[in-house]
Write a protein of this length. Structure first.
Length: 81
């Protein structure tokens, strides 16, 4: 496998002067940043809408107490005997 450190150092020597030309006070996310943010916002909105739809289908009924079920079964046993 060839040694890539020479090509990496050569690339860095060409990129370092370009990085010094950028004014740190004027750097903005740009159009790509807006597109990524908008895509993430749409994904969250779609997930929330789907969650609300699924939560609407859920029935929150509490199960009957164990005591009432067992007493109902014992009453039936008593009636049949």
């Amino acid at each position: 496998m060839p040694d890539m450190s020479a090509s990496v150092s050569l690339a860095l020597t060409h990129l370092v002067p370009l990085a010094k030309e950028v004014d740190e006070n004027k750097v903005t996310p740009g159009v790509l940043g807006f597109i990524v943010f908008a895509a993430m916002a749409l994904a969250v909105w779609a997930l929330m809408k789907s969650m609300n739809r699924h939560m609407g289908k859920v029935e929150f009924k509490e199960p009957a107490d164990q005591e009432t079920e067992s007493s109902g079964a014992s009453d039936k046993d008593r009636a049949s005997s």
